[in-house]
Design a binder for this molecule. Sequence first.
Ligand code: FAD
Length: 506
Amino acid sequence: MSNLSRRNLLKISALAAAATALGANQSDSNAPSWDGEYDVIVIGSGFAAHAAAVKSAMRGLSVLMVEKMGRVGGNSVINGGIFCVPLSPKQKAQGINDSRELFFKDTLKAGRNLNNPALLELIFSRANDALNLTLECGAEYRDFLEQSGGHSVPRGYKTSNGTGAGIIQPMQARFKSLPNTEVKTRTKFDKFITDDSGRVVGVEVRENYRFDNKLFDDDRENKSGDKKLYRAKKGVVLASGGFCADKVYRKLQEPLIPDNAQTTNHSGATAGAMLEAFRIGAYPVHVSHLQFGPWASPDEKGYGLASKFNVTASFRYGISVDKKTSKRYMNEIADRKTRADKMFEIIGKDENYPIHFCDSRPVKHMLKEQFDKLLASGALKRFDTLDALAAEYGLNASTLKQTVAQYNEYVKQGKDPDFGKILPKDGTDISVPPFYAMRGVPKLHHAMGGVAINNKAQVLSSITNEPIAGLYAAGEVTGGTHGASRLGSNAILDCLVCGMVAGENV
Ligand SMILES: Cc1cc2nc3c(=O)[nH]c(=O)nc-3n(C[C@H](O)[C@H](O)[C@H](O)COP(=O)(O)OP(=O)(O)OC[C@H]3O[C@@H](n4cnc5c(N)ncnc54)[C@H](O)[C@@H]3O)c2cc1C
C-alpha cells in the first residue's frame, strides 16, 4: 500500500465503489439478516480445512465447516497418505541425513524455481508442528519412510492404513469433540459477503445441495439447495481444494486436455470457490500449471491401487520400459513433470503404454490387502520369468533381459549413468522372481495454482496488494508453494501447515 500513489488510491476507491454499486459487496448499512453466526467459517473438509478448523477450535473459537459433497475429506481422504516431513524424528532414528538446503534444492528443482520462497520456508519450518498436530489428533504412521520421486532422501511418513483417511478421520473426530464446532455436508459455498471496507464478514451457501456427476459443469449448472447466509465474526478460511476435475476451467488453462481425460481427483474438485475469491480481488498465481501423476494405470479408474504399487515398489526398486524398444527411457524417480512428459512422449498417439515392473522384494513395502486387491483386479500381473513378462506385453525378451542386466549392474555400482536415478541403497535390483508388472499412464492430478497467500495464510488482494481482511486460504486452492510441479508428499505438508497457520491467525 505504501508504494501506491494518491492517483492509484483514488482509482482503487472508485473501483471498489463501482463494485459495491454492482452488488458485488454487502454494505454495512444494508447488513444481511444472518441465518447463523460463528467466529470462523471453513470452506472445504480436506487436510487444509481440518488443520484450520481444529487449530481455531482449540483456541476456543466457534467454527463451522461447510462441505458441498455428501462426505467429508475431498481429495485428502482418498489420498495416498504419504506426508513429507523434513528433519523428522523418524529420519533421525533411521540415521537419514536431511537438511533445509536439500529440501529446498529438491523442491525448487521440481518446481522449476517458480516456488514462492517465503511459503517454502513456512512449510519447511512448521513441518514437525503439523506432524505433531496430526499425532495429537490420533493419526498413526508406519516406520518405513517413503522416498517419493524427486526427493533426495526418504522423508515420507505413511499413514498406517495407507490413505489420507488415516489423517482425516482422527482430525474429524478431534474437531467434533471440541466445543462449539459444527460440520455441514451438502452445503455449497457460493459467495463471500464483504462490508464497506472490503472485509469478508460472512458467506452465502446453499444447504441441501446435491452435487451432480452427470452435469458437465456442476458449478454453473447445478441450482439445487436452499440459500443461507452465515456470519463469520473473525474470518473465513478458504480450503476448497484443487480443480483437476473441472472440465471447463482446466481446459481454459490447457486447451489440449480432452473433456474425458482421466483424473485421480474426486469429482467435486472444481474451481467455483476459487473463482469467487478471484471475483473479490484475490490474486491468481500459477493457475495454468496442472500436474499429471506419472504412476497411474490405464487399466483402473482414478488413482487406484496401481499408483501405490508404482510409488512404493516399481519406480523406486524397479524400472519402466518403452514397449517399442524394451528399454528404459527415464529416471523412474525423477520429479513428476519430468516423468509425465517422458511418458507422454512414449505413449504418443497409439496408446503405447510403458511397462513398469520390479521383482518380488519391494512389494513387501505395500500394505498386503492393497497388493492382493490390485493383483486380483488384473491391472497388476505376476510372472515367474522375464520371458513370460515380455510375452504378455509384446516386448523383445532378449532386449528386455539385457536392459535388466544393465540396470542390475548400475545398482551394484550405485550409479545410473543413463538417467541419473538415485539407486536403492540396500542393493535391491531386479533378480528375485516372481516379477510384478503393469501398464502405466499419467493422469491429471494436482492444480499447482490458486489464490496468493502470505506466510500468515492471508489472501492477498490484487486491488490493494494487501491481505483481504477476514479472508485466509490454505491447501490446493492456493498457488505459489510448489512452483511449476509439486513433489510427491509435499501436498499434505503444505495443506496441513498452511491450514494450521490460518487457524492460528484467524
Ligand atoms: C488420489 C490422490 C492421491 C494423493 N496422494 C498424495 C500423497 O500421498 N501425498 C501428498 O502429499 N499428496 C497427495 N495427493 C494430493 C493431496 O491429496 C491434495 O493436494 C490434498 O488432499 C488437497 O487438500 P485440500 O484440503 O486442499 O483439498 P481437498 O482435500 O480436495 O478438500 C477440499 C474440499 O472442498 C470441497 N469444496 C470445493 N468447493 C466447495 C464449495 N464451493 N463449497 C463447499 N465445499 C467445497 C471439496 O468438495 C473438497 O471436499 C493426492 C491426491 C489425490 C487425488
